[in-house]
Structure formats: C-alpha cells, structure tokens
Design a protein around this ligand. Structure first.
Ligand code: 13P
Length: 252
C-alpha cells in the first residue's frame, strides 16, 4: 500500500520568530506513531535553516516552495537545488498554481525544474490542477492530462516514482471550497491512468498523488480515505499546529 504524505505549504507566511513557534508547536504534538506515513513542512526560503535545525531527530522532513533549474549562476533572487539540499531540504514544491499564475511558470519550465530536482537528489512535488472556468467547460481531464504529460516529459520510468504529484484544483485553493471526495478521487484516478499510459501500471501504482485545496481537519479524513488520494498538500490549515496535526492524524 502507498504511504500517505502530508505536506504543509507555508506560502509567504511566518518570519523567523513565528517559524520557531510553529515548528516547536508541531514537533511537540507529533508524539504518536505515524505508522509509516510522512510529514513534510515547506516554509519560505528564509526559514529553512532554522526549521531544519528544529526538526532534527523529529518525524518531520523539509521542503522548499520553488527552485531554479541551474546549479549556480547570475540569476538574481533565485535559489539552486544544491543550496536547498545544503540547508536540509529533501523536497521541493514545483509548479504551484500561484507560481503559474503570478510568476509565469509553464509546464515546460516546471518540467525542466522537475528533471533537475530529481537529478540533484530532491523529490519534486509537482502541482497540477484546473481553473474554475475549465471545470465548468468540462475540460478538467484535458487540462490536467496536458499538465501531467508536460511536467513529466522525458522523466524516465526509473525516476518517476521518486516524484510526488499534487492535484490542486485552482478553484479550491484558499477559497474554503473543497472538491468533494468523489470529485477529487475522479481526477486522481484519471492522473493515475495517465501515468499508466505514459509508463506502465506498476509505476502508476507507486506514485504518490496528494490532494490540495482547502484541506481542513473537518474534511481530511473523507478525502484521504479515497483509494487514489495518497496525502494532502495543505495551505492555510498548516499554519496552526493543532489543525495541521489533526489533518496528519486523520490519515492514521
Ligand atoms: P489552502 O489549503 O489554503 O486552500 O491552500 C492549498 C495550497 O495551495 C497548498 O499548496
């Protein structure tokens, strides 16, 4: 059975003092057995070093929210995969809809970053998801299928199971409108079918597909019960230890 991976995307929240409070609040509550499931936090770049220290010896792993696809160079304001690794990251969120919307990221640029992340030993969490108008037009599968194929282009079969996919319907992000467990399951199943076509069923069965979009303690259990939902990418509700831990507990 696939393990569940619960990741918290802090977005552009929490300065250093707040980071310390949030990480300590989280680790002090994680005293129960995770039963093989995983917890990841993805703070802003400025908090990674501190968070990395605070989670030492705790059942929490570290991820970043973006990276540049080159090792180094004259790219003002950017951060490389090796820099992320050196600060203790094992994961990196790529292609979040906010990056697509506000920073011009495309399936092509996300694909480049995903391949570089894998080559650098980081696990990418590649985000896909349709806009409300796309869902209303009935083209969700077309949009998500194109995103999955584009973001995974030339990622070899041997490496694709090292990658995590996150289905985040854009209309459900930060809106309080969650996809119903059935709506989410249908798209997750479609993504797994797409992976089966791109690679094969053995590989498709291994890839972790997270759901993201207004995941809260009240709806997490129902979503995580779905056969193709293997975890959650949590925004707002990961910013408070109690709600994030309640979401983590709902997959046990
Ligand atoms: P919310 O949980 O705040 O809707 O955000 C979801 C998200 O974008 C996680 O990456």
């Amino acid at each position: 059975m696939r393990k569940k991976i619960i990741a918290g995307n802090w977005k552009m929240f929490k300065d250093l003092r707040e980071t310390e409070d949030l990480v300590r609040g989280l680790t002090s509550r994680l005293t129960f057995d995770l039963k093989g499931n995983q917890v990841i936090i993805c703070p802003p770049f400025t908090s990674l070093a501190l968070a990395s220290k605070l989670i030492e010896g705790k059942p929490v792993e570290l991820g970043a929210q973006n990276m540049h696809p080159e090792d180094e160079g004259a790219f003002t304001g950017e951060v490389s995969p090796n820099m992320l690794k050196s600060v203790g990251c094992s994961y990196v969120i790529l292609g979040h809809s906010e990056r697509r919307q506000y920073f011009g990221e495309t399936n092509e640029s996300i694909n480049k970053k995903a391949k570089k992340a894998i080559a650098s030993g980081l696990t990418p969490i590649v985000c896909v998801g349709e806009l409300l108008e796309e869902r209303e037009k009935g083209i969700t599968e077309q949009v998500v299928g194109t995103q999955v194929r584009g973001c995974l282009k030339d990622v070899p079969e041997a490496e694709v199971e090292r990658l995590i996919l996150a289905y985040e319907p854009v209309w459900a992000i930060g809106t309080g409108k969650t996809a119903t467990p059935q709506q989410a399951q249908a798209v997750h199943q479609f993504i797994r079918k797409t992976l089966g076509q791109l690679y094969n069923w053995t590989v498709a069965e291994k890839v972790v597909i997270q759901y993201g979009g207004s995941v809260k303690p009240e709806n997490a259990a129902e979503l995580l019960k779905q056969p193709d939902i293997d975890g959650a990418l949590v925004g707002g509700a990961c910013l408070k230890p109690d709600s994030f831990v309640a979401i983590i507990q709902s997959c046990l």
